[in-house]
Design a protein around this ligand. Structure first.
Ligand code: SER
Length: 620
């Protein structure tokens, strides 16, 4: 069966069992701050599990685009080294929202694997959570699996959690013995020993999670009102098993990419392998995340993408690929996966442009960085040391754009380590320098939740785009030395963020006046920081007025950062991106990534372009 037929047969099977087939959610969720990328099929159903949302259907199934590169589920370090981990993969899943539970989940899984796909039963093994007698019993009662193949494991393997918080529960996994299919196969006296071990012979195919708890912020497990099923099967792995391949990269999911990489580089897969695998893997993650609205940058999700792209570019160098090439591979994905994921067809041109421009920008420093890396290595060899210093790793990062994990990966290839603590220290020192050069920070030591409450109700509702002076109420307040800190119900004060300075102004009430000198965010609170004149406030009612002239000047400077950004890109090239900024009433600073010193004539040109726009006096 072709990969596309296997995907289809999974969905058809669950359709025949009363499931509604739903589309994959975005791989770059914009509305869940706890997740950089969708890392499991159940992410989009999180609110249904915890009872915040009603399901439209009680049984659904899909194939979900997932990326596992950070947080609790991170497979990045394995990609390329082995043949069955990926950053981007599809997770086939079926769900029951308060409908069926363990019995049907187990029956469905066994039927699909052994009757529809006809996987040899003698190669299948299952695991259950150590105390889950019910699941263990069901496997033995409902299927013809040999009882000794139902094994128990503890939390690490058989209690699934989405992340630090969220729905979770005991799970039951189905593992496959690749046995003599693979030359890497390890021999075990008793094959049961190999399951969940560090070996390439037994691979996990499918995870059936019996969701019944929510993990709270404080670590507690709260039982959910209803019991649910959340299953996830690695599509690329099951395709390899059904197609009888030793490696996911030998299936028809990957061979078109691998062949193209071999064609572009003139180096056959059999001659290198790892580079082909890394590139084929990373271009998938990049293509799908860009299609879903993410973009390489210096922060968060964007930085993960940048790391992937730079790793792929460096592996391209190992294959002698000097010019941008990753973007050329995206059309293969459009051809092979566009029917299932139309978003990559719709945005095909944009995706390849974004990748190309990122490749171009990294190419500028990659070769010089590789030279510097080679020098670092030869120095280490002379001194018989096995560790790249934190400063060297930081220099590669800061000057040549090598993400730490790329340096680590290159070090690993030479059997060397990187002093990560030293790297972090160098990074912290640089941040400290930037902080010192920036603003005077006010240390707030306490959680606003614990301050004196003058009134109760919602707090920190920002209305400062509509009005700059309002009647409002103090919610919580605290005095520390000669400063007061307070939160309001509604506030017109803008808290420092995105480089824009916090507002100043006046908050006045009966018998007192607070000269607000700064406004900062603390979690969900907007904290006004200032000096108190008069009595310590006892009544909540106040008038809060922002220093209007200062806010407007700040706003003008904020607009100017956008003009400057555009002028920089028009003058220096599209690779230029914002690395940070500071926006104050009387000045602004804009940090940019560019690989050379900006020449005086270019500065003049940029300045001219910005002034030209300002003089147009456009309404904004
Ligand atoms: N949530 C489980 C997993 O990701 C099953 O879908 O493994």
């Amino acid at each position: 069966m072709k990969a596309s037929e296997i995907r289809r047969s999974f969905l058809d099977f669950f359709k025949s069992k009363g499931h509604t087939i739903v589309p994959s959610a975005s791989v770059a969720p914009l509305d869940d701050p706890t997740l950089l990328f969708t890392n499991a099929g159940m992410n989009q159903f999180k609110n249904i599990f915890i009872g915040l949302e009603e399901p439209k259907n009680r049984r659904v199934a899909d194939t979900q685009k997932c990326i596992r590169v950070s947080g609790k589920h991170n497979d990045l370090e394995d990609v390329g080294f082995d043949t069955f981990h990926h950053t981007f993969f599809e997770m086939l899943g079926n769900w029951s929202f308060g409908d069926y539970y363990k019995k049907e989940a187990i029956e469905f899984a066994w039927e699909l694997l052994t009757e529809v796909w006809k996987l040899p039963k003698e190669r299948l093994f299952v695991t259950v959570f150590r105390t889950d007698d019910e699941a263990a019993g069901l496997w033995i009662e409902l299927t013809d699996i040999a009882p000794e193949r139902v094994m128990r494991f503890d939390e690490k393997d058989n209690f699934w959690e989405m992340g630090a918080t969220g729905p979770c529960g005991p799970c039951s996994e189905i593992h496959f013995d690749t046995g003599d299919l693979t030359s890497q196969a390890q021999v075990f006296d008793d094959p049961v020993e190999g399951v969940n071990g560090e070996n390439a012979r037994f691979i996990e195919l499918w995870n059936l999670v019996f969701i019944k708890y929510n993990r709270e912020k404080n670590g507690a497990l709260t039982p959910l009102k209803e019991k649910h099923v959340d299953t996830g099967m690695g599509f690329e792995r099951v395709v390899a098993v059904i197609q009888n391949k030793n490696s996911n990269y030998d299936t028809d999911i990957f061979t078109p990419l691998i062949d193209a990489i071999a064609r572009l580089s003139g180096i056959a897969y059999s001659e290198n392998g790892m580079a082909h695998r890394v590139i084929a893997d990373h271009v998938r993650a990049l293509t799908f995340s860009i299609a879903d609205g993410a973009i390489p940058s210096n922060e968060g999700r964007g930085y993960v993408m940048r790391r992937l792209l730079r790793r792929a570019a460096r592996f391209g160098r190992n294959l002698g690929l000097q010019e941008p090439f990753i973007y050329k591979l995206t059309s293969i994905l459009v051809e092979t996966m566009g029917d299932v994921f139309p978003e990559i067809v719709e945005r095909a041109q944009y995706i390849s442009q974004v990748i190309k421009s990122e490749e171009e920008s990294f190419n500028h420093t990659l070769d010089r960085g590789l030279d510097v890396f080679a020098k670092i290595i030869s120095k280490l060899e002379e001194s018989a040391s096995t560790e790249i210093s934190g400063e060297d790793a930081f220099r590669l990062y800061d000057t040549f754009g090598f993400p730490l994990d790329l340096t680590e990966l290159m070090a690993k290839e030479k059997n060397l380590k990187v002093d990560v603590a030293g790297f972090d220290k160098a990074m912290e020192q640089q941040r400290e320098r930037a902080r010192r050069a920036g603003k005077f920070a006010i240390a707030i030591t306490q959680d606003p939740e614990e301050w004196d409450a003058l009134s109760a109700g919602h707090h920190s509702h920002f209305i400062g785009y509509e009005s700059l002076a309002i009647d409002t109420e103090i919610r919580r307040i605290r005095q520390e030395k000669d400063m007061v800190y307070l939160t309001l119900s509604e506030t017109p004060f803008y808290a420092e963020s995105g480089g824009q300075t916090g507002d100043r102004g006046i908050i006045e009430g009966l018998g007192f006046q607070i000269d607000v000198m700064d406004t900062q965010k603390m979690g969900s609170h907007i904290v006004h920081i200032g000096r108190l004149a008069g009595e310590f406030p006892r009544k909540a009612k106040v008038k809060a007025s922002v220093d209007v002239a200062r806010r407007l000047s700040t706003a003008r400077n904020h607009t100017t950062t956008h003009l400057l950004h555009k002028a920089l890109r028009d003058t220096l090239g599209r690779h230029v991106s914002q690395a940070g900024s500071l926006v104050e009433p009387d000045r602004l600073r804009f940090d940019v990534t560019h690989f050379q010193k900006i020449e005086p004539e270019q500065l003049e040109e940029i300045e001219g372009k910005v002034n030209e726009q300002i003089q147009k006096n456009l309404p904004v």
